[in-house]
Design a binder for this molecule. Structure first.
Ligand SMILES: Nc1ncnc2c1ncn2[C@@H]1O[C@H](COP(=O)(O)OP(=O)(O)OP(=O)(O)O)[C@@H](O)[C@H]1O
Ligand SMILES: [Mg+2]
Length: 250
């Protein structure tokens, strides 16, 4: 089998006495959608923060195409092809959709403001922003400031912005949280189309039905521990998962 795009081995992260992640192992093969599920506080967002270098792992290894990136700073990991969205939307409220898409994955508002005038003058950045805006069906909102957009559209802008960077791996932290059924279905079809372009996706999501119908493979976390993994149908039938996750959620 070919080398996975992303691989975690024994990744551990503690905060004081809290074991947010214990000995986590997982793999994201190229061109697949991999799901991470688990109850509140299971360590899902911590997993993303550890992969992206926002948190430093206490132990274990994160490799990207076989290269150990565990100690790399976030900006280098972004440059290497990992982009993410956040559980709580992080848009710049007075800036337009277009301005968000011109600057791919900046580190904070100051960096973004510095890069924006450069991007305005860059035909390649404009072409990419236009392409992504059309792909996500955001063209009608081009000149609207983020704060004026409906919640579901804001979520799409957050995702589109991450895609603008042409990542190899996209990390999505609950992209359909708070969305209605139609909005969530649209995100699902966008994710499938993104996968068809060769992008790999690691998805955190609470909605089990959504995950089951979308993911090629699932990892289930509970209290920072990987309690199950497998194809969606196997995970759905796993009593350990039903007990730890489904039982609590509904
Ligand atoms: N920066 C931090 N400082 C202290 N504790 C943290 C920090 N980040 C996460 N934790 C703790 O680590 C555990 C896992 O949190 P995490 O946010 O990863 O869970 P989650 O699975 O994403 O939950 P949710 O479904 O609610 O988003 C929790 O107990 C949380 O309080
Ligand atoms: Mg979370």
């Amino acid at each position: 089998m070919s080398q996975p795009l992303l691989k975690l081995t024994g990744v551990t992260k503690t905060f004081g006495g809290i074991h947010a992640l214990s000995n986590m192992v997982c793999e994201v093969p190229e061109g697949q959608i991999i799901g991470v599920i688990g109850p509140n506080g299971a360590g899902k967002t911590t997993l993303f923060n550890t992969i992206t270098g926002a948190y430093r792992a206490d132990a274990g290894q994160v490799t990207l195409k076989g290269v150990d990136v565990t100690q790399w700073p976030s900006y280098r990991i972004v440059r290497e092809g990992i982009a993410r969205t956040f559980q709580n939307i992080r848009l710049f409220s007075s800036m337009t959709v277009w301005e968000h898409l011109l600057v791919a994955q900046p580190h904070g508002e100051a960096a973004w403001r510095r890069l924006l005038p450069i991007a305005w003058a860059n035909p390649a950045a404009q072409a990419r922003a236009t392409e992504v805006m059309e792909f996500f069906g955001l063209t009608a909102f081009r000149d609207r400031p983020a704060k004026s957009l409906p919640y579901g559209i804001q979520r799409k802008v957050e995702m589109a912005r991450a895609v603008t960077a042409k990542p190899k791996l996209l990390l999505l932290d609950e992209p359909v949280a708070g969305m209605n059924h139609d909005e969530a279905e649209e995100i699902r079809s966008l994710m499938l189309r993104l996968r068809d372009t060769g992008l790999s996706i690691l998805l955190i999501e609470h909605d089990m039905n959504f995950v089951m119908r979308l993911c090629d493979y699932l990892y289930v976390l509970d209290f920072g521990v990987l309690i199950a993994e497998g194809k969606p149908d196997d995970v759905r039938a796993n009593p350990v998962v039903l007990d730890a996750y489904l039982g609590k959620d509904d």
